[in-house]
Design a protein around this ligand. Structure first.
Ligand SMILES: Nc1nc2c(ncn2[C@@H]2O[C@H](COP(=O)(O)OP(=O)(O)O)[C@@H](O)[C@H]2O)c(=O)[nH]1
Ligand SMILES: [Mg+2]
Ligand SMILES: [Zn+2]
Length: 302
């Protein structure tokens, strides 16, 4: 808990929240009560014994399906895990190599950003290890789609000035798979933070519920950097088959032109998205990503 006067207090949650949690679990929807980024009301009867009494509504938040835990079955898959809230900018970090650039992973993060209505910028790190065709091709493709793309290196410092400028006066989440260099890039931009690099797994097993440890670092009064260690996979949560097409921004202008009102753009005759694909107005790799994600999202709200 951080206050306007720069002080940090350790706070606990009041018991009433636990009842709410139980209630939500019954509905197969799990929303973390208080997450990094939340604004809260608290009281401080004694130092070190702060009590959070209210969590204010979130402007936005980033979440994913909670990773499937052993024995959790279907129920476990449908739990939502909130990573953090009230974000101004999402930096989707990928690397050219080690781990090798994977556009499907980037697309998943983009869907998550779009569905949360958060501005996203793509960073392709580790350029010092040599560029490869995929990183170059997709970097260009994302630019054409209107995303800002920054090629970067935490070794040579390429792109780090641009990153520093971009994050100024914002609350920013550095997001991407483990090992792509999130902590290294943050350290290069803000050496005073001295974050740990090369963490393999920071999952914290607490009973059945897996928590991602997320830290918010204050750079100055208005700039906050959130590092997210230990992300191995994300499945966007709460997206329906019907909604998914809205999160591929280049699909937008074709939507509404399909023959069927409830077209899933999967196979339907007269589908405007499939026609655009055939005319090479939509990149086949993006459509492929769409189909893959379509396969994993809920359809029970259709
Ligand atoms: N060559 C090279 N290695 C990097 C770069 N950025 C990070 N690394 C290395 O990649 C590994 C993972 O970096 P880390 O910052 O912990 O990644 P994170 O899991 O995304 O936070 C470490 O061994 C880093 O030294 C880079 O730009 N170039
Ligand atoms: Mg890290
Ligand atoms: Zn269609």
């Amino acid at each position: 808990m951080e206050t306007e006067s720069d002080k940090i207090h350790k706070c606990y949650l009041r018991g009433k929240f636990k009842k709410d949690l139980q209630h939500k679990r019954d509905k197969l929807l799990y929303t973390d009560i208080a997450v990094v980024g939340d604004e809260v009301e608290y009281s401080m009867p004694a130092e070190g014994a702060g009590m959070i009494s209210e969590v204010f509504p979130r402007k936005n938040y980033i979440s994913r399906k909670a990773p499937r835990l052993k024995g959790a079955g279907v129920r476990g898959e449908r739990l939502e895990q909130v990573i953090c809230s009230n974000i101004d900018l999402l930096l989707i970090i990928a690397s050219v190599t080690d781990p090798v650039f994977n556009n499907k992973v980037v697309d998943r993060f983009l869907v998550s950003a779009e569905s949360s209505h958060i501005n996203a910028v793509i960073i392709i790190n580790k350029t010092d290890l040599g560029m490869n065709e995929d990183a170059e091709y997709f970097g260009e493709l994302y630019k054409i789609l209107g995303y800002k793309v920054i090629f970067a290196s935490a070794v040579t410092g390429e792109g780090t000035d641009a990153i520093r400028k971009l994050v100024k006066n914002k609350r920013v989440l550095f997001w991407g798979h483990s090992g792509v260099g999130k902590s290294s890039l943050i350290n290069y931009c803000f050496p005073q933070l001295d974050l740990r690099v090369g963490e393999i797994s920071t999952y914290n097993f607490k009973g059945k519920h897996t928590t991602v440890i997320v830290n918010m670092n204050r750079i100055d009064k208005k700039t906050f950097i959130i590092d997210s260690p230990g992300i191995r996979e994300i499945d966007p949560f709460g997206i329906t088959k019907e909604d998914l097409c809205h999160y591929f921004r280049e699909f937008e202008k074709y939507l509404g032109n399909c023959r069927y009102y409830r077209c899933t753009h999967h196979h339907e005759p007269g589908c405007a998205i499939i026609e655009a694909l055939e005319k090479e107005e939509i990149a086949p790799e993006r459509y492929e990503s769409y189909l893959r994600i379509l396969d994993t999202v809920e359809d029970d709200m259709l």
